[in-house]
Design a protein. Structure first.
Length: 276
């Protein structure tokens, strides 16, 4: 948060507008920002970046009424609670992975260990076309233990807090990046994320992805079924299966290096050599 942002917040109080009254009926996120501003103000004072007068101005934004303070603390506590949903983001340049899918715990472990995405042309020197990239736990260079250990910790937390895991593909659907088609519309991706975080997804009606066996919801508000189901969105099914077999072989070849023997995790991986 910049000093300018702090000053804008303080100016609301100076103008005679009670910030608490202005925003308390808005989103919880906005109220959380007020709490963060307070904490940041204290830290900035310790670092010498704010004068005592500036800190007092920022702190004056927070309500002094006991009930209001209690409500603020409760909202902040809720914001810091354990997640109901975990989202794995991937950019699949091959158009095989669904735009939205729900994972089992073992599937989450498999994909967490795999850490798949695609390097796109222009993102790195020498990359001129999409290249599948695997980084275990989405942070391979920073791991000090075998990726399986981190996946086991993930499973433990999922069990402890009954969290759901979703895959969201921000890349292509219905065709590959090399076909000249456009990437998934950002508005659709944002809509998907909002549906997940708001808890508004219904899996009473769903199908399973052919290659990864991921559960795909149907009749999702604001999204077409053909868009959600990869093998429905491709016009050329022969090309779909050919591309899918290529991608899943890359998954399997990558996973072999981890020498994981757990049959349930291995079974959560993709199928290959499929045909129409």
């Amino acid at each position: 948060m910049s000093i300018h942002s702090f000053q804008n917040v303080v100016s609301l109080e100076k103008s005679g507008t009670c910030m608490w009254e202005k925003y308390r009926k808005e989103s919880k996120q906005t109220i959380c920002i007020i709490g963060v501003l307070t904490l940041a103000a204290k830290l900035c004072k310790a670092d010498g970046h704010f004068s005592i007068e500036e800190e007092e101005e920022i702190l004056s934004i927070i309500p002094h009424d006991k009930d209001q303070k209690r409500l603020l603390l409760r909202i902040l506590d809720e914001a810091a609670a354990d997640p109901n949903s975990i989202i794995f983001l991937t950019c699949d340049a091959y158009g095989i992975m669904p735009p939205l899918a729900k994972m089992t715990k073992k599937q989450a472990m498999y994909h967490f260990i795999s850490g798949y995405t695609a390097k796109m042309a222009g993102t790195e020197t020498g990359v001129t076309e999409p290249i599948a990239a695997f980084s275990p736990c989405y942070g391979g260079p920073f791991l000090t233990l075998h990726p399986l250990r981190y996946a086991e910790l993930l499973e433990q937390k999922l069990n402890d807090y009954n969290s759901s895991v979703f895959l969201v593909n921000t890349g292509w659907s219905g065709s590959s990046a090399t076909s000249g088609s456009s990437r998934i519309d950002l508005k659709k991706t944002k809509h998907i994320i909002n549906l997940i975080t708001d808890g508004n997804l219904d899996f009473n009606k769903s199908v399973f992805d052919k290659f990864f066996n991921l559960e795909i919801p149907l009749d999702v508000y604001g999204l077409e079924n053909d868009f959600l189901v990869p093998h429905h969105s491709w016009n050329n099914l022969e090309e779909y299966f050919s591309t899918g077999n290529m991608l899943t072989r890359l998954f399997n070849n990558n996973f072999e290096k981890f020498r994981i023997k757990d049959p349930d995790i291995l079974a959560a991986g993709p199928k290959t050599d499929l045909s129409a």
